[in-house]
Design a protein around this ligand. Structure first.
Ligand SMILES: [Zn+2]
Ligand SMILES: [Zn+2]
Length: 494
């Protein structure tokens, strides 16, 4: 390390004098250590950066000096850039407590140049005569593996080897652990139905998070452990009436506000926000990585298609069949007169999502149609009811293979009735509701407007997605790229 000019002289604030000057133990926070690994640890030797502390004990600030002039044998700090950072830190009561840099392998001690640099900094910016100058040894693979050798200069001249500690728990982890302690019994009343150790393994991947917010919150209250949320939307004022959002959330990403709610229910949940739409910019491989999927068993995973867009729903359906992931999709009909929920469980359901909706596919692919549905005019209670059906179905899917829950194998009853239609208005007419209409005609109508029926499904012969075969073979079908809708019909006119 070589210093070209004096660092700017600056006054340290009064507060700093409270720091224990005798303290010779330095503690890296997990975040700073991680950053050092990712920066200095992934580069050839003679890179460095500034170490800052907000309490005089923890090294909780780090600035990587990316623009330094380095050569194979010397690290030369970018003085103007570092001065800027030191000023900023000073304004925020962050004390510059050291400079860390890497040396070539085998050189684990500060050099004479390093000593002069430390002396210079101590004299020019008054850091209580103690300055931490650890030396990093990086792995030849430059893979972030590092070893830190602690050194410090005290009273300007004497070089010492101080005690050093690296925290393993991040501040976020500590915060969550503290929150978790506040409500240790929160799953007590559901543990017989949803044992927490089982639910914590479950993962929901939700594509489109607007109207699905209550659904996700319900799953969080049941202890579901991981949430992967895809949605590029921000909260707008029109969402307040329909999606359970609040004025205080306007302008924020939908995925972020949902994450806040989920963690307020279960601080141990793992929530990954992907503020994007699942569009063609995302390849199947990208999706696989973003959703943190690993090849093999997806019984603990549920993919949810919760968008209004037909083509986006199709992509979700294709991904679920391609990878063999249990699937749930929902749609509200025009003006909220009714809605549908369908699910797919590889090895159980007879029909795949496309088998169920093939007549709709045919209509949209042969007649020129936008494919975007509209839930405009749907009262939020209609959406809430839909979310209840979705949550209940999701929980049954999660517990299907869990013998310790009362929901074990309960979905067998719905293996070939994996399509639930709900009538939310007397104006809603569908052939499946004819028997109920007869009851109504007899003036013995005891039904409430919300009536849900599970409608029998038969696999579509030659289904473009699953082949109409027994679905057990479906995951083996090769679907090279789900970004294209499979269209066996005439192309729509341009
Ligand atoms: Zn050096
Ligand atoms: Zn099919």
């Amino acid at each position: 390390m070589k210093i070209k000019e004096c660092l700017a002289k600056m006054k340290n604030k009064e507060k700093k004098s409270e720091f224990n000057v005798q303290n010779t133990k330095w503690t890296f926070t997990a975040e700073v250590y991680d950053e050092i690994c990712k920066t200095i640890g992934c580069r050839r030797p003679e890179y460095g950066g500034l170490l800052g502390s907000s309490d005089g004990v923890h090294i909780d600030h780090y600035y990587f000096d990316a623009t330094s002039e380095r050569s194979a044998g010397v690290y030369m700090m970018d003085i103007p850039a570092c001065n800027k950072v030191i000023h900023e830190w000073n304004d925020n009561d962050i004390e510059l407590v050291g400079v860390i840099h890497s040396h070539p392998n085998g050189v684990t001690r500060p050099s004479h140049g390093d000593l002069l640099m430390a002396k210079n900094i101590i004299e020019s910016i008054n850091v209580h005569g103690r300055f931490f100058t650890p030396i990093v040894q990086v792995s030849p693979k430059l893979n972030g593996e590092i070893k830190i050798y602690p050194y410090s200069f005290e009273q300007s001249v004497e070089m010492k080897t101080p005690l050093m500690e690296i925290e393993t728990e991040s501040a976020e982890e500590r915060r969550i652990a503290a929150l978790d302690k506040k409500a240790p019994n929160r799953f007590e009343r559901i543990k017989r139905v949803f044992p927490n150790n089982l639910m914590a393994k479950k993962k929901v991947i939700c594509i489109g998070c607007g109207g699905s917010r209550p659904f996700l919150e319900t799953l969080a209250r049941c202890g579901v452990g991981t949430f992967i949320l895809f949605d590029g939307d921000i909260v707008e004022d029109t969402n307040i009436a329909t999606q359970g959002t609040f004025i205080s959330e306007l302008g924020k990403l939908k995925v972020d506000v949902i994450k806040t709610r989920i963690l307020d229910i279960n601080p141990l949940a793992h929530v990954v926000c992907i503020p994007k739409y699942l569009d063609n910019a995302i390849t199947d491989e990208d999706f696989f990585k973003m959703a943190m999927l690993k090849n093999g068993d997806f019984r603990d995973t549920l993919l949810c298609g919760c968008t209004d867009n037909f083509f986006a729903q199709d992509r979700c359906a294709q991904l679920s069949v391609k990878y063999g992931i249990p699937y749930l999709a929902a749609q509200i009909f025009e003006k909220g007169k009714g809605h549908e929920v369908l699910f797919y469980y590889p090895g159980l359901t007879a029909s795949c999502p496309r088998c169920i909706l093939e007549s709709r596919y045919k209509k949209i692919l042969t007649v020129k149609k936008s494919g975007t549905g509209s839930s405009e005019g749907a009262a939020v209670c209609v959406t809430d009811y839909l979310n209840s059906i979705k949550s209940y179905t999701a929980l049954k899917i999660f517990c299907y293979d869990e013998p310790l829950t009362p929901y074990y194998h309960e979905l067998d009853k719905f293996a070939d009735r994996n399509y639930f239609m709900t009538k939310c208005s007397s104006e809603f007419n569908a052939p499946a509701f004819e028997p109920i209409k007869l009851v109504e005609a007899n003036e013995t109508d005891l039904t409430f407007p919300f009536v849900t029926i599970a409608i029998g499904q038969t696999p579509e012969k030659g289904c473009p997605l699953c082949g109409g075969t027994s679905n057990e073979n479906a995951p083996d079908r090769i679907i090279p790229d789900t970004r294209t809708i499979i269209n066996p019909y005439d192309k729509p006119e341009e």
